[in-house]
Design a protein around this ligand. Structure first.
Ligand code: MN
Length: 200
């Protein structure tokens, strides 16, 4: 059985960037539903609940997974995505320290602000529901991808590091249609030390 992750901060700790109301619906209703759905779908799917979420997403991937299954892919993908999303924030955010990860960003984008601008632009430009991701490849290079629906960069063989959720349920209560304003504000609560650990 997969379980709903608990949040590493309080209900109001991410305000005003993410309100307690949005957090309550997003974590307590949306993510909980994906967890409940996956637990119902796995028996009889040929995919074991002993597999990791990454393994389930890759095997269920409708675009060529060994056990292609759209419903399993959608729900397992959304759990994996949200687990990475919710655990990358903290009250007030935490700055990016000098080190190999920051150096790689500077090497590829010229600076952190230029990276952030491209990342937000890719999130704003994603049509419909999905996720914008920063991942690393096997050589340590960084790559920004747009993933539609429930997809995750693991299906491309990448290691996911950082993500912004651009499904409307992530921001509509607080920002209505202003997706760009929401994405720009998320940097204020990002815990860069978490992203740096994922890069290592
Ligand atoms: Mn979401």
């Amino acid at each position: 059985m997969f379980e709903l992750i608990s949040l590493p901060y309080g209900a109001k700790d991410l305000e005003p960037v993410i309100s307690a109301q949005t957090l309550s619906f997003h974590h307590g209703k949306h993510l909980q539903a994906y967890v409940d759905n996956l637990n119902k779908l796995l028996p009889g799917s040929g995919l074991s609940e002993d597999l990791s979420l990454e393994e389930i997403v890759c095997k269920a991937n409708p675009a060529g997974g060994a056990s292609a299954n759209q419903a399993v892919f959608n729900n397992a993908g959304q759990i994996l995505n949200h687990n990475l999303y919710f655990t990358q924030f903290c009250k007030g955010g935490k700055a990016l320290e000098d080190g190999a990860f920051k150096a790689q960003i500077v090497r590829q984008w010229g600076g952190v602000e230029a990276f952030q601008a491209e990342f937000v632009a890719k999130g704003v430009g994603l049509f419909g529901s999905g996720w914008v991701w920063l991942s690393r490849d096997a050589n340590g290079s960084l790559v920004i991808t747009q993933e539609a629906g429930a997809s995750n960069p693991v299906v491309r063989g990448l290691k996911p590091l950082l993500t912004f959720d651009v499904w409307e349920h992530a921001y509509y209560l607080d920002y209505q249609n202003r997706r760009a304003a929401h994405l720009d504000a998320l940097w204020q609560i990002l815990d860069w030390s978490v992203i740096e650990k994922r890069y290592k």
